[in-house]
Design a protein around this ligand. Structure first.
Ligand SMILES: *[C@@H]1O[C@H](CO)[C@@H](O)[C@H](O)[C@H]1NC(C)=O
Length: 332
């Protein structure tokens, strides 16, 4: 082999190494999961948030009703909007709270489906890696919790976003509440990465329905209220990319706010256990469609052109529903 050939090979190897590193560290994309749907192409799921209290505060009663509604709608999966385990997430992958607050509570047949979960701020107060650990999937194969990821179905794409690191307050007084920021620090870089990944995934999406899920509300009249960091940093990206729904927990209530500047519906399902009765600041505005400060959950049914969302209370009663269509929107 002559010198120039050697030179060419080493240069090629250098480029190859560069591209491998580039794709590993620079253009790392969000992990995607394919979720099969019903034979007719339709899809249905339940949404629950702020729940893990070993059955207390009506968690078990809500679970019972989820089982019934899940059966009726023949749901394909469940979404958890975070604060999965109170008060401080899980201590380790073999923390008994996982079984006591999840496996032993959501026992209905209809709920034996994938549970796609994000982390809430309370989850970050434990060992955050425990909830992300694949060991949990061996204990209960339904469980799937990642920081940010995408679930693909034929006509809907669900974008799960890790919202806790966006909230300035959690970084302001680290002595007051301890958070497990492993994997998040350096924070600015982490947030930039999340926003970039979400934005490019939204832009490239050809799904009929684009649904974004995070723990913290963008808009809410509950105890915590709006999350200003998300209004500033995330909301413009959702509106620019025609997102249909933003679904969250954090405020322990059921709530529907309709954007007046875009088709976006803000939906809170944070009534999985302890609710904050009476703790809200009422917004008397056109976009405020529904607020319930008790326990319950949400159901979503989608076909290519139509969507139905309903909020159910602890006794299974439908408190509020809305019908969406790709052509027109009417709240009922
Ligand atoms: C459980 O739900 C019922 C019915 O909404 C309510 O009256 C009761 O206060 C709830 N219990 C707790 C502990 O939240």
């Amino acid at each position: 082999m002559d010198g120039s050939c050697k030179h060419f090979i080493s240069l090629s190897l250098a480029w190859l190494a560069f591209f491998c590193l580039y794709f590993t560290f620079v253009s790392a994309e969000l992990q995607r999961f394919q979720q099969p749907v019903k034979a007719d192409g339709s899809l249905s799921f339940l949404v629950i948030g702020d729940w893990g209290r070993k059955g207390a505060y009506n968690q078990s009663e809500v679970a019972l009703q989820m089982g019934k509604v899940g059966e009726k709608l023949s749901i394909d999966f469940v979404v958890s909007t975070g604060d999965n385990f109170y008060d401080k997430g899980l201590a380790s992958p073999d923390d008994p709270d996982f079984k006591d607050s999840f496996t032993e509570i959501y026992t209905a047949n209809s709920l034996q489906k994938h549970w796609y979960s994000v982390l809430g701020n309370h989850d970050y107060r434990g060992n955050v890696r425990a909830q992300l650990s694949p060991i949990l999937r061996r204990i209960d194969s339904r469980w799937l919790c990642l920081r940010s990821f995408i679930v693909n179905t034929e006509m809907a794409e669900l974008f799960f976003i890790d919202t806790t690191p966006f909230v300035d307050e959690y970084f302001r007084n680290p002595k007051h509440q301890k958070f497990d920021w492993r994997g998040v620090i350096p924070r600015k870089k982490y947030l930039r990465r999340v926003l970039k990944d979400v934005e490019s995934a939204l832009r490239e999406s050809v799904a009929n329905w684009k649904i974004v899920i995070g723990h913290h509300p963008i808009r809410s009249m509950g105890h915590h209220g709006d999350t200003k960091e998300l209004i500033m940093q995330l909301l413009p990206k959702l509106e620019a990319n025609n997102v249909d729904m933003y679904i969250n927990g954090h405020d322990h209530c059921l709530e529907h706010i309709s954007s007046i500047t875009s088709p976006l519906q803000f939906l809170t399902s944070g009534g999985g256990s302890k609710a904050w009765k009476g703790d809200f600041h009422y917004l008397d505005r056109d976009e405020m469609k529904f607020y319930y400060d008790g326990q319950g959950f949400m159901s979503v049914e989608l076909t290519q052109t139509n969507g139905r969302i309903a909020f159910h209370d602890v006794l299974g009663k439908v408190l509020h529903s809305l019908d969406l269509s790709k052509q027109l929107y009417t709240a009922m």
